[in-house]
Design a protein around this ligand. Structure first.
Ligand code: AMP
Ligand code: MG
Length: 416
């Protein structure tokens, strides 16, 4: 047995798991649980960042009328033929067309209607002579064209923005601010969206002080609660985090049974004396996965209690982040109709130093990018949360790989 293998076995013994599930097996169990919760209808004003539950098409053309795209004069293009700075062509101004206040008559050759950007083109006009190409210093009702315009010039046609019947957005679209603008412009007042999963955070540990307190003596301040709340919000969940929970059976059971779609427990997820949650989930529900062949985060558990999906995340902050990203975040996104994939961009870049990893275990290596080259920071050290803030992202070494050689091209997932 080489050195790497013995280390892997020690890992297993130290954490007390009889066997560890592969990440793939854990994901397979999880994915079988995941489908979007249910749809609800929300007013457009509340729709930004929500996920469409069905596609939306336009019932109208935008614009619904031909309109000026510049301030100037609506004309019959033919009237301006031959016009130039020294060949001024006179036109008679017969009215005004303003946005929301159209000119109701029609115009003929030799006539013009003063028009502003966005106003409806008068009947008979087919071009806009921009104001800077018209000399209006003569009599009030006359201008001179100083340039010719071709038919269609500076005119926005019916439907040039959106054609009636066009599918604007497919189901699953996370609505951006500009999407909401487009929906409003076609007369949509409310949209069907997937309900946001309610996520109860159960942050356990007798050593913890609430966020906002000063660390003192042997007490540490909760890092995972605020981090998880931010992650859940990022993934579209509704955070319920009423406060820290003691390492006490009744307190934890009460929290596990709150009304929620997802329960995310931090701490006490392994097999030690204070690790109460796994047993409680097994007793009151189904602890489907406990112990995963990955580093960090091996003491992770996945299961259900009633309709709630339960994630038992290790208390070590890096493990907590990694296990959230692998499992809980994936579920929260999927329940809310989002894609399961990570909300991180990935780039391909060259490794400055090798990353080694035993066969049979997936590793989550924090890395920095310096001049486009990947510098590994840490694989172990799950308690060093600042390794994730110093890092630009992470590299995953799959379970079937012994790692990557120096100079290899690897995928780097960039923390958002
Ligand atoms: P546990 O998973 O409960 O055994 O905790 C593992 C390590 O993570 C211990 O050193 C804990 O003090 C620490 N830890 C647990 N919960 C948190 C938390 N919410 N914030 C920061 N550190 C924590
Ligand atoms: Mg603990």
């Amino acid at each position: 047995m080489d050195d790497r293998d013995s280390r892997a076995v020690d890992d297993v013994r130290m954490r007390g798991f009889a066997q560890r599930h592969t990440v793939d097996a854990a994901l397979a169990w999880l994915d079988a649980q995941l489908r979007p919760l249910r749809a609800e209808t929300v007013a457009l004003q509340k729709a930004a960042s929500r996920v469409l539950a069905s596609s939306v098409s336009s019932d109208v053309d935008v614009p619904g009328f031909d309109r000026a795209t510049m301030d100037g004069y609506a004309v019959v293009a033919g009237s301006t033929e031959g016009a130039a700075a020294y060949t001024r062509v006179p036109l008679v101004v017969i009215g005004d067309s303003l946005p929301g206040r159209p000119f109701h008559g029609s115009i003929a050759i030799g006539q013009a209607v003063r028009i502003m950007t966005g106003a409806a083109m008068p009947r008979g006009a087919d071009a806009v002579l921009p104001a800077e190409w018209a000399d209006s210093e003569t009599a009030d009702a006359r201008i001179c064209a100083l340039s010719s315009v071709s038919p269609g010039k500076h005119v926005g046609r019916v439907g040039e923005d959106i054609r009636r019947g066009t599918v604007l957005f497919e189901s699953g679209r996370v609505l951006r601010p500009q999407d909401v603008g487009v929906l409003s412009s076609v007369g949509v007042a409310e949209v069907p969206v997937w309900c946001r999963p309610r996520v109860r955070l159960v942050v356990t540990g007798n050593e913890l002080l609430p966020s906002g307190a000063q660390p003192h003596a042997d007490r540490i301040v909760d890092a995972n609660g605020p981090m998880l709340a931010a992650l859940v919000q990022r993934d579209g969940g509704l955070v319920d985090f009423p406060g820290l929970v003691c390492d006490d059976q009744d307190a934890i059971l009460g929290a596990l049974q709150t009304a929620a779609d997802v329960i995310v427990v931090s701490g006490g997820s392994s097999v030690g004396m204070e690790d109460l949650a796994p047993t409680l989930v097994a007793q009151h529900g189904d602890l489907a996965i406990h112990g995963i062949a990955m580093r960090p985060s091996s003491p992770t558990g996945l299961g259900r209690i009633g309709n709630r999906l339960v994630f038992l995340l290790p208390g070590n902050p890096v493990s907590c982040l990694c296990a959230y990203d692998f499992f809980a975040g994936r579920a929260i996104r999927a329940l809310g109709g989002r894609t399961k994939t990570w909300p991180y961009r990935s780039i391909r870049a060259r490794l400055a130093r090798k990353i080694s990893s035993p066969i049979g275990r997936l590793d989550y290596a924090r890395v920095q990018l310096a001049d486009g080259v990947v510098e590994p920071l840490a694989v172990g050290g799950a308690s060093i949360l600042s390794s994730t803030t110093r890092a630009d992202g992470f590299v995953i070494v799959p379970a079937d790989s012994e790692g990557f050689a120096r100079g290899a091209d690897v995928d780097v997932w960039l923390y958002a």
